[in-house]
Design a protein around this ligand. Structure first.
Ligand code: GLU
Length: 424
């Protein structure tokens, strides 16, 4: 079974997800039958997407949707548009979604989708046609009670609107609950766009409190200025921390006295200037330098496998908050544990996004919408409770926050499988 799993989905990120799962399964003494079952995603769909480009040629893109588990409810997870997307990576991300929704106590399983494309190279029309064709191809396996997509790297509220529309046109009536992360006007939720960043800040503040570190003495370095990185930077600065370094894939900006985040973000989002040339705000730095910056909190908020054996020993932070999915390799993880760097794992740290997705779906299904203040309050309540549960388990069992979070999530999924039994 293990070999079949690896052959079908073989990819470094999938191997990382399975290795983390195996570590936790070992510690918790998970039933061996369940252990095999939970490694192999329940369902995986690969589709080809022929798209008429603006110059009238037809290009074919590859798309995927992997549903890792649905024992606790409909599967849930984002859709990634990125040139390196493939089946194995999507499968890994879908497994992490299963643990993520379980840790937060949401009535969902885990899924993930992706299209192998660099979205910035497409015109708006091409992006729309690609999204609609992808939606039509995965139509048979998605739905508000089956599998509910959301944004991820390279996708946004507009892409979700096209997905919602394509699905709705097929069934003949508006189905806002089929995707989350939609624009407000078609059933989106207040606070969804910034939710992952807000959740990252909620758990970071808890970690600082736990370690008795004063917010006014806290410096933060953030890798990635997409949706998650930019909102995290803005909200953590508002909370009183100093953001001293930020970056995107081209490089970053450093100022030991604290960056003026609102002004930097405004300029950055206008898209006129790379971060590294904004000399008025700070000095340029590379991504590698950012990761090894002397700071209180390091927040990787970009792609997987950034903290590796090459740089783990050189990190100079007290707390690592994994806003990205899978930013730390297995080997780097054990180096960090030996170095006593307090790590808040991805499946806990970045769960704010899916928590508010859940609120959006509940609002859509009930056709009753909440105030933004309620969203913030309920997000904080859920994510802080998950943090505290994980911390207590880690302390009582003398294990890392990652293992504690994984065990917490896996245990809930295992219970659901045990109770439902094996069909047929
Ligand atoms: N793509 C986000 C994640 O990785 C959000 C998923 C969702 O809201 O369903 O958690």
């Amino acid at each position: 079974m293990e070999e079949a799993t690896v052959t079908e989905f073989d990819h470094p990120t999938f191997r990382l997800a399975v290795a983390q799962f195996d570590q936790a399964a070992e510690v918790m003494g998970l039933d061996p039958n369940l252990r095999e079952r939970l490694k192999a995603p329940q369902r995986a769909l690969t589709v080809s997407l022929p798209i008429r480009m603006d110059d009238d040629t037809v290009k074919v893109f590859m798309g995927y949707r992997v549903q890792h588990d649905s024992a606790r409810g409909p599967s849930k997870g984002g859709i990634r548009y990125h040139p390196e997307v493939n089946l194995g990576e999507v499968a890994a991300l879908s497994m992490w979604m299963t643990w993520k929704t379980a840790i937060a106590g949401l009535p969902y399983g885990g899924a993930k989708g992706g299209v192998k494309v660099s979205p910035s190279t497409l015109s708006l029309g091409e992006l729309e046609r690609l999204t609609r064709r992808y939606a039509a191809e995965i139509f048979p396996i998605i739905g508000p009670d089956k599998d509910i997509p959301a944004p991820d790297i390279g996708t946004n509220a507009q892409v979700m609107a096209w997905l919602m529309d394509t699905y709705s046109e097929q069934v003949g009536f508006a189905v806002p609950g089929v995707v989350t992360g939609k624009p407000l006007a078609i059933g989106g939720s207040a606070g969804r766009e910034e939710a992952t960043g807000r959740g990252v800040v909620n758990v970071t503040l808890e970690a600082l409190r736990h370690l008795n570190i004063d917010l006014s003495n806290t410096t933060v370095a953030i890798q990635g200025m997409g949706n998650v990185g930019s909102h995290t930077a803005r909200i953590i600065r508002q909370a009183g921390a100093k953001v001293i370094a930020i970056s995107d894939q081209l490089g970053g900006l450093y100022n030991p006295h604290g960056l003026n985040i609102p002004d930097v973000l405004q300029r950055y989002q206008e898209g006129k200037e790379p971060l590294g040339s904004m000399h008025k705000f700070g000095d340029p730095l590379t991504n590698e330098e950012l990761l090894t910056t002397d700071c209180t909190v390091l927040i990787p908020a970009a792609v997987a496998e950034q903290i590796t054996t090459h740089n783990a020993a050189k990190l100079r932070c007290r707390i690592l908050v994994e806003a990205a999915n899978g930013p730390t390799t297995l080997e780097a993880d054990s180096i960090l544990a030996d170095r006593d760097i307090f790590t808040i794992p991805d499946i806990l740290a970045n769960s704010g996004g899916v928590i508010v997705s859940y609120f959006e779906w509940v609002q859509d299904v009930q056709r009753f919408f909440w105030k933004e203040a309620d969203i913030h309050e309920r997000l904080e309540e859920i994510i802080v409770a998950a943090f505290q549960r994980t911390l207590t388990f880690a302390q009582e069992n003398k294990t890392t926050m990652r293992i504690a979070a994984l065990i917490n999530g896996i245990d809930r999924v295992a219970q659901a499988h045990q109770l439902r039994g094996l069909y047929p």
